[in-house]
Design a protein around this ligand. Structure first.
Ligand SMILES: *[C@@H]1O[C@H](CO)[C@@H](O)[C@H](O)[C@H]1NC(C)=O
Ligand SMILES: *[C@@H]1O[C@H](CO)[C@@H](O)[C@H](O)[C@H]1NC(C)=O
Ligand SMILES: *[C@@H]1O[C@H](CO)[C@@H](O)[C@H](O)[C@H]1NC(C)=O
Ligand SMILES: *[C@@H]1O[C@H](CO)[C@@H](O)[C@H](O)[C@H]1NC(C)=O
Ligand SMILES: *[C@@H]1O[C@H](CO)[C@@H](O)[C@H](O)[C@H]1NC(C)=O
Ligand SMILES: *[C@@H]1O[C@H](CO)[C@@H](O)[C@H](O)[C@H]1NC(C)=O
Ligand SMILES: *[C@@H]1O[C@H](CO)[C@@H](O)[C@H](O)[C@H]1NC(C)=O
Ligand SMILES: *[C@@H]1O[C@H](CO)[C@@H](O)[C@H](O)[C@H]1NC(C)=O
Ligand SMILES: *[C@@H]1O[C@H](CO)[C@@H](O)[C@H](O)[C@H]1NC(C)=O
Ligand SMILES: *[C@@H]1O[C@H](CO)[C@@H](O)[C@H](O)[C@H]1NC(C)=O
Ligand SMILES: *[C@@H]1O[C@H](CO)[C@@H](O)[C@H](O)[C@H]1NC(C)=O
Ligand SMILES: *[C@@H]1O[C@H](CO)[C@@H](O)[C@H](O)[C@H]1NC(C)=O
Length: 807
């Protein structure tokens, strides 16, 4: 009994096992039958062109896996086992698209290889009369393979049933016949997208264009078309089904033609960022099906027609031109009950009744470069589901204190930049995620912020008092602040030690205030900090923070303060920009700075540093190695070429400025191996010795200042090979001999060679044995002529240009 009861289940178990194996085998063999062998080998052929290692993404495409219908991206017809679709978008694939093999798959109707990194396409050998029937392909998307090189598009003409074609972001610069090739696709095409293809001449004068007949979607945006709007597009006749036209970001000119009215099914029209002129036509109001109308960034004149208020289907409206005039009234909106976003950028005025209740509830409002003010319009308060509210540059000066801040509290993005709003925010709690309130006249103490705020720009206002209200106001939970700009205000007092709540900060700008005292020790706990700008304040004390744990810090500017002690060396090794100019730092240039190999800008000028330039300076490979743009292209002021210049992206500059210190010794030739430097300023120190000929290696140098040192010897010939040099100053040294001959060297103002008694040659001029110091462009003094002995000239090193010189 005991035996039998224990054995029966085991037998059942074995049976079950056997059964399941059979079922499993059968399933397998059924699937095996599904995959067509010809299709399978065509797919394997295609895979051969895909570069390894990117082909790892196709690891399921293996010789061992017989059922190609289960391979990644492959779809088959369940009954015939033929491959019908291949979708491999965004798989990081590189190498060659072997179209030739894919087209052996005769039942293929859908092919999507977009968003990859393919670089070549092999199609058909034109010399063979290749007779594959490609009439089954209906959907072809090769877009966003940015480096894909296409020799020609002739192969496209074989696709006689193509319904959707997308070649966006592929360079078709040389396909001047693209238009005719599209025309060979006959009347089947429904969707055509050729955005960002570098297409130029587009619109042939011929009116007989057939590929557009059946089109529903046409996207030719972001090309270089610079003609008028094409007649063929609007002469399709009233049977056309076209509903979506995007011609934005071209250079299209002229007026919007009235034949646009023929496109009665039009729902989406984007003509923004062109040079269209004339007026915005009144008859646009008859386009009753329009849902999306974008005419922004054009050159339209006249006023905005009130007929647009008839577009009752409109969801998105965007209009912009610097030349529009007139007044916008309630009539412009009277039937726009479906409107969700309104974007207007034009110097127009608004005349809405203060009791007006619009027919719409918007999600987004952007009214910029406009004369909306002086009062913030009442109708905006009727919009209860706003996600963003942007009214920058709109001449607004009054907002209704409490009401306004309560109203905006739940709006995600708020942009009030560049108005003239003067309000006291010291009792306000800001709550939006992204807040732009810079360039206004906000006064009083800083506002409080809630834990929701991610981005806050309060710069260029008149906030005063300390920054404690903003930072030391406890909000009781983890806050989200990532970007804070309170620069260019009237803030005073010490930087408070309240940073423990703000550890998520990545960008902190507090420059150009009147902050005083030492930096609080907790400031080195910002482990996410990327940029820190404290310049132009009155901060003092030793800079003793240990920033070496801030692994992401790329930019630190503490110039124009009163910091003292030695140059801080506890800096992260990934730093790119370090500006300490105009402080009271003393001691040597620490060799530890050479370990910050990624530095691209180092400015220690106007301090009290002494000793030599460390020879290890050539280890700063950021200044010598390959150039890349910065991750964060912020606008940035830099001293170069003898003046303060504004650059749009600090990452594009390579600078070493050690000027106006007490540095001495010879300039080590290692400095000249920083071959990516564009600006090198060693002026106003006590450097001695020769200028090494290696200076000729600095092929990118644009600005070189070695003036006011004690350099001797000749200017090396190699300097004449610096072909980008546009600013040079070697004045007030003891250089001798001929100025080397090179185009730029002779074209510089002579003042840049002054004060080197032994220097001669153009542009310093000889006039019949008499040395003439010419007027310099900046000089005020008279012409000085010596009678003979030029070498004995004795120009005081501190002499300004035009000073009288005594022999
Ligand atoms: C074909 O197979 C797929 C995947 O197994 C399934 O989703 C689909 O319903 C099947 N179609 C037919 C017509 O059987
Ligand atoms: C291609 O196939 C379609 C149908 O699939 C057929 O109508 C057409 O005649 C074929 N063309 C050629 C050249 O075989
Ligand atoms: C290419 O165009 C088609 C048709 O309009 C569209 O469905 C597809 O999303 C586009 N591809 C990409 C990568 O945007
Ligand atoms: C276009 O042709 C020019 C001249 O033949 C060539 O230099 C350029 O690389 C070509 N551009 C593309 C995208 O094929
Ligand atoms: C427009 O679409 C309808 C319905 O799909 C279709 O019958 C008609 O042929 C299309 N018109 C054109 C010009 O393609
Ligand atoms: C509009 O643009 C066309 C083509 O550039 C030009 O000829 C015409 O003078 C412009 N008209 C106005 C009113 O600016
Ligand atoms: C519509 O197109 C036809 C044919 O090109 C043209 O005669 C007619 O004037 C157009 N209608 C409008 C309103 O432009
Ligand atoms: C807009 O609608 C009004 C009122 O229905 C009508 O009088 C006017 O003609 C319409 N304008 C256009 C351009 O359709
Ligand atoms: C506003 O549009 C609706 C359709 O959405 C229409 O019924 C109504 O007549 C329009 N009103 C005016 C005044 O045109
Ligand atoms: C701004 O508003 C004031 C009135 O507050 C007005 O005088 C001024 O002309 C407006 N400026 C612009 C550029 O519209
Ligand atoms: C806010 O407005 C300013 C001024 O027009 C503009 O520079 C900035 O890009 C806007 N910010 C956003 C996020 O739109
Ligand atoms: C803002 O949102 C909160 C919670 O989502 C809600 O209680 C409050 O009423 C909203 N305030 C306004 C002014 O819409």
């Amino acid at each position: 009994m005991l035996r039998s009861t224990s054995q029966i289940p085991i037998i059942w178990l074995l049976l079950l096992l056997l059964l399941s194996t059979i079922i499993f085998e059968r399933c397998n063999s059924m699937q095996f039958a599904k995959c067509n062998e010809k299709d399978r080998s065509a797919l394997l052929n295609f895979k051969l062109g895909v570069d390894s290692p990117s082909s790892n993404r196709l690891s399921s495409w293996s010789i061992n896996e017989k059922d190609c219908c289960s391979w990644k991206g492959v779809q088959c017809d369940n009954t015939t086992g033929r491959v019908t679709a291949l979708d491999l978008h965004q798989q990081y694939l590189e190498g060659e698209i072997n179209l030739y093999s894919l087209f052996q798959i005769q039942s293929l109707t859908y092919l999507d290889l977009s968003l990859n990194g393919f670089t070549t396409l092999s199609s058909f050998d034109e010399s063979h009369d290749y007779n594959h029937n490609l009439s089954n392909i209906q959907y072809l998307d090769l877009s966003f393979n940015d480096d894909l090189h296409l020799d020609n598009l002739n192969w496209l003409s074989k696709f006689s049933s193509l319904k959707s074609l997308n070649l966006s972001q592929i360079n078709l610069q040389n396909q001047s016949n693209w238009f005719h090739i599209m025309d060979m696709l006959h009347a089947s095409l429904l969707e055509l997208r050729l955005s960002s293809c570098h297409l130029t001449n587009i619109f042939p004068s011929t009116k007989h264009v057939s590929f557009t007949k059946s089109l529903v979607t046409l996207d030719l945006s972001a090309n270089n078309f610079d003609s008028e709007l094409p007649a063929w597009l609007f002469d399709l006749g009233s049977n056309t089904n076209i509903s979506h036209i995007d011609l934005s970001f071209n250079v299209l000119q002229g007026q919007i033609p009235k034949s646009l009215l023929n496109l009665t099914k039009l729902e989406f029209l984007r003509l923004s960022n062109n040079e269209l002129n004339g007026s915005i036509p009144d008859w646009l109001g008859q386009h009753q099906n329009l849902k999306y109308l974008n005419l922004a960034e054009n050159l339209f004149h006249g006023s905005i027609p009130s007929s647009l208020g008839n577009l009752s289907s409109l969801v998105d409206l965007s209009i912009g031109s610097d030349f529009l005039t007139g007044v916008l009234s309630e009539e412009h909106f009277f039937n726009l009950s479906n409107l969700e976003t309104l974007v207007l950028s034009a110097p127009i005025s608004y005349d809405m009744d203060s009791k007006w209740i619009p027919p719409f509830q918007l999600q987004g409002i952007s009214l910029s470069n406009t004369n909306l003010g002086p009062k913030f319009p009442a109708w905006i308060y009727t919009q209860k589901s706003l996600d963003y509210l942007e009214v920058p540059n709109s001449n607004v000066s009054f907002i209704d204190g409490d009401t306004f801040w309560k109203f905006v509290a739940n709006i995600t993005q708020l942009n009030l930049s560049n108005n003239n709003i003067s309000a006291d925010l010291s009792n306000v709690i800001l709550n939006s995620e992204l807040i732009f309130m810079d360039h206004n006249n906000f006064r009083g103490g800083l506002p409080h912020i809630s834990a929701n705020v991610i981005y806050l720009d309060l710069s260029h206002n008149s906030f005063f008092g300390t920054i404690s209200p903003l930072f030391c106001h406890k909000i009781g939970k983890e806050n989200s602040l990532d970007y804070l700009d309170i620069s260019s205000n009237l803030l005073t007092g010490k930087i408070p030690d309240c940073w423990e709540y703000w550890k998520g900060l990545s960008f902190l700008f507090m420059e150009s205030n009147m902050l005083t005292g030492e930096l609080p020790p907790s400031m080195d706990s910002f482990i996410d900090l990327i940029m820190l700008d404290l310049h132009n304040n009155s901060l003092s004390g030793n800079f003793s923070l240990d920033l070496s744990n801030l692994k992401n810090l790329e930019f630190i500017h503490i110039g124009e303060n009163k910091f003292s002690g030695t140059v801080p060396v506890q800096m992260p090794h990934g730093m790119e920009v370090m500006i300490l100019r105009s402080n009271k730092f003393e001691g040597n240039i620490p060799p530890q700075l050479c370990n910050i190999s990624s530095l691209i800008q180092l400015d220690l000028s106007h301090n009290k540093l002494s000793g030599p330039i460390p020879k290890c300076i050539n280890k700063i490979t950021g200044m010598g190695g390959e150039k890349k743009t910065s991750h964060f292209p912020f606008e940035f002021n830099l001293y170069a070429k003898g003046q303060e210049l504004q650059y749009l992206d600090y990452g594009l500059l390579r600078t070493l400025d050690l000027s106006d210190n007490n540095l001495s010794g010879e300039i080590p030739p290692q400095v000249f191996s920083l071959v990516q430097l564009q600006t090198l300023n060693l002026s106003r120190n006590h450097f001695t010795g020769n200028i090494a000929k290696e200076i000729g290696n600095m092929k990118n140098l644009e600005s070189l200042d070695l003036s006011n040192n004690k350099l001797i010897g000749e200017i090396p010939d190699t300097i004449s090979t610096l072909s980008f040099l546009s600013f040079l100053n070697v004045s007030n040294n003891n250089l001798v001999g001929q100025i080397p001959v090179g185009t730029q060297l002779q074209s510089f103002d002579i003042s840049c060679y002054f004060g080197n008694p032994g220097l001669c040659g153009a542009p310093l001029a000889w006039v019949s044995g008499v040395f003439v110091v010419l007027y310099s462009s900046t000089g005020l003094g008279g012409t000085l002529i010596s009678d003979s002995l030029i070498m004995s000239w004795d120009l005081p090193t501190e002499a300004g240009i035009g000073d009288r010189v005594h022999r």
